[in-house]
Design a protein around this ligand. Structure first.
Ligand code: KG4
Length: 336
């Protein structure tokens, strides 16, 4: 019987520490995640120094937990992978340095992974085989972009935000409305209680051929509206903001897929957990369009997507040296 290839993935680019074990790039054996949300809540955002300290304090425990859960030991690992970019430099260093130590001591290959490429791979850890090419919409607290994914490491940027990311807009509006942190789930929960569904905020970037996004103006629109109409129900404001913020994502991603004549559409990143977005996407998809969205746990930051994607680099012999460094920016190519 063919031996499985087992990889350990490590992730610490922002405010989740994670250690995961994946077999053959598709089968998750353990996916241990420690979320730092409680540590950052009072600040309504991620505090870099708090984040890197917390990564350092938890990563070894998570690696042990992952190995135990998978019923494996260090000696069963064929490769070790870590996110090396993009992210907070002090945070990225924790997973990468841990992976380097494991690679050095065990004598197994080290593979560094671009976090954004890993997000776009995440839905293929749930039994679906990767299908190329596909259009990938990546939506999180730090990114809002559409890519054409041609294969492993072969990704073209189609369009991205010119200012804020969509998740950032959810977090800022939630802060303004005093709904809690992180803003995405808080706005989604609150919006469900809206009785009046009049769309009183303006549409974002109405230009139909534009491939870019812009989210900085919508926060001002919410503030201006609330100042002029202080009695507006918060759930109605949350509802309208959410509709306006999501409709542009749906419009842009289907326009890109149809422009490029691509039927496979992957939606990835923390905001992809939004139930209303999933509903809007399903309503818009044509019968022959294949919408691929990870379950909510795999939409947010996790190391299973790091180990899973790294498997493909591993079998292609694309390993990194111990001299590899972290980088705050993504390596994904830009066409926009
Ligand atoms: O991918 P992610 O876990 O972390 C990075 O930003 O890298 O995404 C976090 C972002 C936050 O801005 C959060 O408010 C948003 O995703 N988010 C959501 C939902 N769940 C998380 N936004 C809208 N609706 C949600 N249900």
């Amino acid at each position: 019987m063919k031996k499985e290839i087992i990889g350990l993935g490590l992730e610490s680019s922002c405010d989740e520490t994670s250690a995961s074990i994946v077999a053959d790039g598709i089968s998750i054996r353990a996916n241990e995640i420690f979320s730092q949300i409680d540590l950052h809540r009072d600040y309504y955002g991620v505090v870099p120094e708090i984040a890197s300290r917390a990564h350092l304090e938890t990563i070894n425990t998570l690696i042990e937990l992952a190995l135990n859960k998978a019923g494996l030991s260090f000696n069963d690992l064929d490769y070790v992978a870590a996110t090396s970019r993009p992210g907070l430099v002090g945070s990225l260093l924790i997973a990468l340095q841990s992976a380097k130590a494991i690679s050095f001591v065990l004598g197994i290959p080290l593979i560094t992974i671009d976090h954004l490429e890993a997000h776009l791979y995440a839905p293929f850890l749930e039994g679906k085989k990767p299908v190329y090419p596909y259009i990938g919409l990546l939506i999180s607290g730090g990114n809002t972009a559409i890519y054409r994914v041609n294969g492993i490491g072969r990704i073209d940027l189609i369009g991205k935000t010119v200012d804020d990311a969509v998740g950032e807009a959810f977090d800022k509006v939630s802060k303004y409305l005093d709904l809690g942190y992180p803003g995405g789930p808080a706005i989604e929960r609150t919006a469900k209680n809206a009785k009046n569904k009049t769309l009183f905020l303006p549409k974002i970037l109405p230009g139909s051929n534009d491939k870019r996004f812009s989210y900085s103006g919508i926060k001002t629109a919410v503030i201006t509206h609330m100042k002029a109409n202080p009695d507006t129900d918060k759930s109605e404001t949350a509802y309208v903001f959410q509709e306006r913020a999501l409709e542009i994502l749906v419009r842009r991603v289907f326009a890109a897929a149809r422009d490029e004549r691509i039927k496979n559409i992957v939606i990835a990143g923390g905001v992809a957990a939004n139930g209303r977005l999933r509903e809007l996407l399903r309503n818009e998809a044509r019968r022959d369009e294949n919408l691929i969205i990870a379950s909510p746990l795999l939409c947010t930051d996790n190391a299973a997507m790091i180990a899973g994607l790294a498997y493909h680099y591993h079998i292609a012999g694309k390993h990194d040296s111990l001299a590899v460094d972290v980088n705050a920016r993504t390596a994904l190519s830009s066409r926009a």
